[in-house]
Each structure stands twice: as structure tokens, then as C-alpha cells.
Design a protein around this ligand. Structure first.
Ligand code: ATP
Length: 327
């Protein structure tokens, strides 16, 4: 049986608005999600047993049942026991480049790659929407990570309407190694501080409808120069006052003359948009020397229209290219 090697893209939030509470206890969100070519590589190898094995040498990534990639495989084992009996188990090797717990959906991207890869390995013949439905049971970001590109995400973030390609923007990302922000804390704190301004449950449908004719859907594709002004993230309202390093990064990017800058998801990664690779690298160098912290990591990547990409099947492995090498 074949082995598969896949690339799983990170995402940034160009827009994140918390609209209200949902009857299921989650928040109702309006987001514009964008894939970038900062990728993890996921290798799937058939093993002659009926088990799922995960290998990952990143110290923050659990190489066991707590790994979201494992949970994706386990979901398929439960849904398709006949395929497990026919084809056997799989070893999942995760080669991390996407920073962990960073607001870039690294774990969700890994789970998405496992769903796409195991569908091929076990010849399940699932459609993209069937894979996305399975992915939604693992996490709100997984359906987007399967499709990738530029998408309006509503509901819990799993109701997706693809948007027109925004073209070739470049992204500089920065994250302090010693700062982490709990996603649960960020959303709970937002509810405590801003819950009184939430949209009433009976108005949610109407509000969701209005998004489709609002500025982020209408203007973004038409006028590239507006992208910086449209960046928005409600979670900054709770994160920036509590995490001075994230605020400092935001300010440093703003002073470096970028198109726009924003925290991604629940942070702590901050990204900035640039027109070209050269401008992005210049911004990175400027912020690096302005802050000069040994704990600060940087990445430069491009917008991507792909969520999961199959880079090899069978014996022949195509050479891997990391995000910094793509110019
Ligand atoms: P979220 O916003 O959903 O919290 P994130 O994008 O900020 O996610 P991830 O990189 O997905 O962050 O990691 C979140 C947590 O999930 C980490 O604490 C990590 O230990 C755990 N985790 C489980 N599986 C994975 C995986 N395959 N890759 C990365 N982290 C994983």
C-alpha cells in the first residue's frame, strides 16, 4: 500500500468578530480566514497492525491520543472499521514548522491533513464536504483547514463561504516563545467584558445574512489597498491590555510601515501584511532590531489558496520547500 506525504497550511484571521452567544454554548463568529504557506508536513505510512501511531519531535506536541492528528485518525477508525480491517493501521509523522499554540490553527491543520490523507490511503472516496463534516467534529477550524484559501467563516467558524482570491500578499509573523494565551481564557474574558453588547439570539440569522453584503466581503477583493484598514480582531480587546509583549509587537509592526497588522485568532502571534517579499523582510528586520529579544521568533510567508496539498504518494518523495525558501 502507498504512503502519502501532505503539506498542511497555517491560517491567519484577517477578521474576527464575536457576534453573540449560540444556543449550543459556543460563540457566534464572523471571520475572514486566510491560508498562508507556512506549512507542517504530515507523512502517513501504513503499518501492518490495527493501531494508530503518532510521531512528532516537537516538545509541545503530544505524540499520543491527545494529538489532534491522532483524534482525526481515530475518528476514521470508528467511522470505517471495515477499512481498518482491510488496510490496517497508520503511522502519522508530524514535521512541525507552524508554531504551536499560536493562533495559527496548527493542530487543526494536522487533523485536516490526516483526514485527507487517510481518505486516500484507505480509498474511502469521501467528498470534500464529507471530510469537512467529519472535521467539524474535531474542531471549528478543521473544515477550513481542509479547503484553505480565503473564506468567510460564520457559526462556530465552521460554516464556510469561499471568497475571491485576494492575490499575492506577503505576511510577516512574530511570536514570543515565552508568551501563551489560552483560547478558552480569551473567549471567556471577552464574554465577561463585552457579553452585554452581544446580538440577541433571535437576531443572529439576520446579522449573519448582513455579513455577506458587508464591507469585508464586498470591498476586500475589489480594492487591495483597503485590506489593512479592514483587519480586525475582537480578541485584541482582551489580550492587548493583559499581554504587553503582544501590544508591543503590534506597535512595532505599525511603526514599520506595513499595510496592516493584527493579532491572529486568540494569539499570541501578531502578523503584518506587506506587498512584497522584500518589503516583508525589511519589516521583519526593522522590528527585530527595534525589539531585540532572544525570545522573539519571526516567519515570512505568502497568502496561499491551498489548505492541504499532497506532495507525494508512493515511493517517490518530492523535495520539501519551507516557507522561508519560497520567494
Ligand atoms: P487553538 O486556537 O485551537 O487553541 P492554536 O492554533 O492556537 O489552536 P495549536 O498549535 O493547534 O494552537 O495547539 C493548541 C494545543 O493543542 C497545544 O497546546 C498542543 O499541545 C495541542 N496539540 C494537539 N495536537 C497538536 C498538533 N498536531 N499540533 C499542534 N498542537 C497540538
Amino acid at each position: 500500500m502507498r504512503s502519502y506525504s501532505l503539506q498542511a497550511s497555517a491560517k491567519i484571521n484577517l477578521y474576527l468578530e464575536i457576534i453573540g452567544d449560540r444556543p449550543d454554548g459556543y460563540h457566534e463568529l464572523a471571520m475572514v480566514l486566510q491560508s498562508i504557506d507556512l506549512v507542517d508536513r504530515i507523512d502517513l505510512r501504513p503499518i501492518g497492525t490495527d493501531t494508530i501511531r503518532v510521531r512528532c519531535d516537537h516538545p509541545q506536541v503530544p505524540p499520543d491520543k491527545n494529538n489532534l492528528a491522532y483524534r482525526a485518525a481515530d475518528l476514521l477508525v470508528k467511522q470505517f472499521p471495515d477499512a481498518l480491517a482491510k488496510y490496517g493501521g497508520v503511522e502519522i509523522s508530524i514535521h512541525k514548522q507552524i508554531p504551536v499554540a499560536a493562533g495559527l490553527a496548527g493542530g487543526s491543520a494536522n487533523a485536516a491533513a490526516v483526514l485527507v490523507g487517510m481518505d486516500l490511503l484507505w480509498q474511502l472516496g469521501l467528498t470534500q464536504s464529507e471530510l469537512q463534516e467529519l472535521g467539524g467534529a474535531l474542531g471549528s477550524d478543521v473544515p477550513f483547514c481542509i479547503a484553505g484559501g480565503t473564506t468567510l467563516a460564520t457559526g462556530r467558524g465552521d460554516e464556510l463561504s469561499p471568497l475571491a482570491d485576494l492575490g499575492s500578499f506577503c505576511v510577516v509573523l512574530a511570536k514570543y516563545r515565552n508568551v501563551s494565551i489560552s483560547t478558552a481564557w480569551a473567549y471567556q474574558t471577552y464574554r465577561q467584558q463585552f457579553g452585554s453588547s452581544y446580538c440577541a439570539p433571535e437576531d443572529l440569522d439576520c446579522r449573519r445574512e448582513r455579513l455577506h453584503s458587508g464591507p469585508m466581503v464586498g470591498q476586500l477583493p475589489k480594492d487591495r489597498s483597503k485590506i489593512g484598514k479592514l483587519l480586525h480582531n475582537d480578541l485584541e480587546k482582551v489580550a492587548l491590555p493583559v499581554y504587553p509583549q503582544v501590544l508591543q509587537l503590534r506597535e512595532a509592526f505599525e511603526s514599520a510601515g506595513v499595510l496592516g497588522t493584527m493579532m491572529s485568532g486568540s494569539g499570541p502571534t501578531v502578523f503584518a501584511l506587506a506587498e512584497s517579499r522584500a518589503q516583508a523582510e525589511e519589516v521583519r528586520d526593522r522590528v527585530k532590531s527595534a525589539i531585540a529579544s532572544p525570545d522573539l521568533d519571526f516567519w515570512v510567508a505568502n497568502f496561499s489558496n491551498t489548505g492541504i496539498r499532497i506532495v507525494s504518494d508512493g515511493n517517490e518523495m518530492k523535495p520539501q520547500i519551507n516557507a522561508d525558501q519560497r520567494r
